[in-house]
Design a binder for this molecule. Structure first.
Ligand code: MF3
Ligand code: CO
Ligand code: CO
Length: 273
């Protein structure tokens, strides 16, 4: 068999081999390291265009390429989604200001494999409401990941996320979803962040996909701005998102995009050495 052997299910979902976990760990780790690298730079007065440049330089210095650049016409290397921007914000010349919360989404391609991850960053001092939304959204991602194991359906992920978000009086964005990935940026299946355990497709060992819940303080509805990318909440209330890339194992998952520096979610409680 060639080194590119993958099983493709009748529904088109790829099941990767155990040897494919190692290159996914390398791609995922590099993407997570790029986010770690950004932490000290996310400050009032800094432009998202500058953060974009930092990630492009970081990628090139590590023989990686940013997957978003020129993807379906996307003009930049990362997505920067500030406050009421839900996702796919385009880096630009406007400086960050005290109190902003920003999702930074990095996807790096390393030796042809994709690592896709995003986190929330706080600019200076943020509101209690923003702090709470960020904590709830991060919990949603962790609960979604904890629901993944062979034999359950992808709906278990959405059910876990929706239950937690709504118990915390937040809402789940329905217009965007997680996705399979590997040698391609976006593959089957779609991973919905809402629904029931009976919905979706059967999870099997060797599946690689992202979970990337977008959670709102207000109503779930979004619209895309005239630039064709920037998705915002219609009620202009805050939205937050976290994303990891995972691989399904015999009895659970491996997370490819854990923060090597332990900076998964602000406020950072770094372990003492
Ligand atoms: N990284 C995003 C995701 O999680 C996709 C960004 S596509 C882009 O799937 F073109 F907007 F960059
Ligand atoms: Co993604
Ligand atoms: Co992403």
């Amino acid at each position: 068999m060639t080194s590119d052997t993958v099983t493709i299910r009748p529904d088109g979902i790829k099941l990767y081999q155990s040897k494919d976990f190692e290159p996914m760990h390398r791609a995922g780790r590099l993407a997570a390291t790029a986010l770690d690298m950004l932490v000290p730079h996310v400050q009032p007065g800094v432009t998202t265009e500058f953060l974009d440049d930092l990630v492009l330089d970081f990628a090139l210095a590590h023989d990686a390429t940013p997957a978003p650049l020129n993807y379906r016409g996307f003009p930049k290397s990362i997505c920067t989604s500030i406050n009421h921007v839900v996702c796919h914000g385009i880096p630009g010349p406007k400086p960050l200001k005290n109190g902003d919360v920003v999702n930074i989404d990095v996807t790096l391609v390393v030796d042809g494999w994709h690592g896709d991850t995003s986190r929330m960053f706080c600019v200076g001092d943020i509101s209690r409401r923003a702090e709470r939304l960020i904590a709830v959204t991060h919990e949603c991602l962790e609960l979604g990941m904890a629901a993944v194991k062979p034999g359950v359906k992808t709906g278990a992920i959405g059910a876990a996320i929706q239950a937690h978000a709504e118990a915390q009086r937040c809402s789940v964005v329905k217009d965007f979803c997680g996705h399979g990935l590997g040698r391609a940026f976006h593959e089957r299946p779609n991973i919905l962040h809402y629904g029931t355990q009976e919905e979706g497709v059967l999870i099997e060992e060797g599946m690689f996909f992202t979970i990337e819940p977008m959670i709102n303080l207000g109503k779930p509805s979004v619209k895309v701005l005239a630039d064709g990318w920037t998705a915002v909440t219609r009620d202009r209330q805050l939205s937050a998102q976290f994303e990891h890339t995972i691989g399904v194992t015999t009895d659970g998952i491996e997370v490819f995009t854990r923060s090597p520096a332990g900076m998964e979610c602000p406020p950072y409680r770094l372990k003492a050495a």
